[in-house]
Design a protein. Structure first.
Length: 255
């Protein structure tokens, strides 16, 4: 009795046909993979050319945010971000460093707002006091709460106390730091009453309040305790002519 032959050939040929089919499938996937890779590379190259070498994403607007005392035109000039250049080519790090060099700027960031805008965000220094001129006609130096000098004015500015240091150069730095620490520690109601600060040395800081009263602050240490003592005494004895908080927690006053 003769067994029927399987359709399409003998059983022994089946593995060969399956192997050939796998090779053809693998070849097709390889060709498809190469095609997709080439296509992706072409897309990347085209994107690179569009973003970096065409005007499609060029800078049309440079905007300054946070400027109140510093003219925005000055910030734009220093940032030196040219219009018409590709947005991706803007050197944000360089622009940030250039703007940070403006004395009145405490910090800044430069960001890209696609597709056409660069935003320069600045934080300005806040005036805390004036330093009296070292030489006649030199002008008053404007300092922030950390003692950074960032401007000069010819005349005292209303609302800013004048710090006058009568000691030498060795006294100036610590005395100014102590005076500014006193201002930072005072509650706003008292800080706004300080019209001037003087120091002959680092241990003799004197505050002058509106109305004529003086405060012997002593040195620049223990400013929180001294501020609390002064606030309590001014509240209880608002008409005193002099307050002494040079010894923390042992305040004194003169009627």
């Amino acid at each position: 009795m003769t067994r029927p032959r399987p359709p399409g050939g003998s059983v022994s040929q089946l593995p060969a046909r399956l192997y050939a089919a796998r090779l053809r499938a693998r070849s097709r996937w390889r060709r498809l993979s190469i095609t997709l890779t080439v296509f992706a590379l072409l897309l990347v190259a085209a994107g690179y050319l569009v973003v970096w070498h065409t005007s499609l994403f060029a800078v049309t607007t440079v905007r300054v945010v946070g400027a109140h005392r510093v003219p925005p035109a000055q910030i734009l000039r220093v940032a030196a971000i040219g219009k018409g250049v590709p947005l991706a080519a803007v050197d944000t790090g360089g622009a940030t460093r250039r703007v940070a060099a403006i004395p009145a700027i405490a910090s800044d960031t430069v960001t890209l707002d696609w597709p056409h805008t660069v935003i320069v965000t600045v934080v300005e220094r806040v005036p805390a006091a004036l330093l009296s001129p070292r030489t006649p006609g030199a002008g008053y130096q404007v300092v922030d709460a950390n003692g950074v000098v960032f401007a000069t004015v010819d005349l005292p500015t209303p609302g800013l106390p004048v710090i006058a240091i009568t000691g030498g150069a060795a006294v100036r730095g610590p005395a100014v730091s102590g005076a500014l620490a006193a201002l930072r520690a005072l509650p706003h109601a008292l800080e706004s009453r300080v019209t001037g600060i003087s120091a002959a040395d680092t241990y003799a800081i004197i505050l002058r309040l509106s109305g004529g009263a003086t405060v012997d602050w002593g040195d620049g240490t223990d400013y929180a305790a001294k501020a609390a003592d002064l606030a309590a005494m001014v509240k209880l004895y608002p008409k005193a002519s002099a307050y002494d908080v040079s010894a923390p927690n042992a305040p004194a006053l003169s009627p």
